[in-house]
Write a protein that binds this ligand. Structure first.
Ligand SMILES: Nc1nc2c(ncn2[C@@H]2O[C@H](COP(=O)(O)OP(=O)(O)OP(=O)(O)O)[C@@H](O)[C@H]2O)c(=O)[nH]1
Ligand SMILES: [Zn+2]
Length: 203
């Protein structure tokens, strides 16, 4: 690594609200506790790699969904907007292993036609996914952020995931999918909800 890279990393770590040295100490402890030698060649840099990786994986704890959804456009579009198959990775708060899958987000804009940029919907998923999470809370946090910030007439979030805590350990059922949904406002009405679900599931 060059001095320049080192300097950049030091400044990035200093700007981060995450206590990276503390993560490094904890990871070293875990390695010792499982019976590994944290000073062997392959593991020497692991505590600092994990600290950097956790800073990225949990960056959503320090990001605000309201800032993200602050940019809106008056497009006069009063019909449903749906972005589906948004891939994401999150971390199970019970076991600190990944769960991952797809999020589908739909909303019916307010009467003024207030809409947000499409990419902001995908970014919103990451703000909440990059935290220690459970799938149910991830689902409701996304839908509630939409309701609070865009005041749409309705919103729906459907999330389909595989939880590695159910695949690689524990009950060991790889491939099992968990589907959660949260629906607000006009999208709770049977016909509108059915239209949204058929758009989401019609692959
Ligand atoms: N509802 C919900 N449960 C989750 C989620 N992620 C993991 N879990 C579950 O959290 C539960 C934790 O159960 P515990 O009995 O406390 O922990 P455990 O002994 O590790 O459980 P097993 O995974 O069954 O081995 C497990 O049933 C997991 O499948 C999630 O996003 N939502
Ligand atoms: Zn888990």
């Amino acid at each position: 690594m060059t001095d320049f890279d080192d300097d950049l990393l030091t400044r990035a770590a200093a700007d981060s609200p995450v206590d990276q040295p503390r993560i490094e100490r904890a990871v070293r402890e875990i390695l010792l506790a499982i019976g590994e030698d944290p000073d062997r060649d392959g593991l020497r840099e692991t505590p600092s790699r994990v600290a950097k990786s956790y800073t990225e994986i949990f960056a959503g704890l320090h990001q605000s969904p309201s800032d993200l959804l602050a940019t809106t456009f008056d497009l006069d579009h009063e019909e449903m907007v749906l972005v589906k198959d948004i891939p994401f990775y999150s971390t199970c708060e019970h076991h600190l292993v990944p769960f991952h899958g797809s999020a589908h987000i739909g909303y019916i804009p307010s009467h003024e036609g207030k809409v947000t940029g499409l990419s902001k919907l995908a970014r919103l998923v990451d703000v909440y996914a990059r935290r220690p999470q459970v799938q149910e809370r991830l689902t409701t946090q996304i839908v509630d952020a939409l309701m609070t910030n865009l005041s749409p007439r309705g919103a729906i979030v459907v999330i389909e995931c595989e939880h590695l805590c159910m695949s690689m350990r524990g009950v060991r059922k790889p491939g099992a999918k968990t589907v959660t949904s949260a629906v607000r406002g006009q999208l709770r009405e049977t016909a509108t909800r059915a239209e949204a679900m058929s758009l989401i599931l019609g692959r």
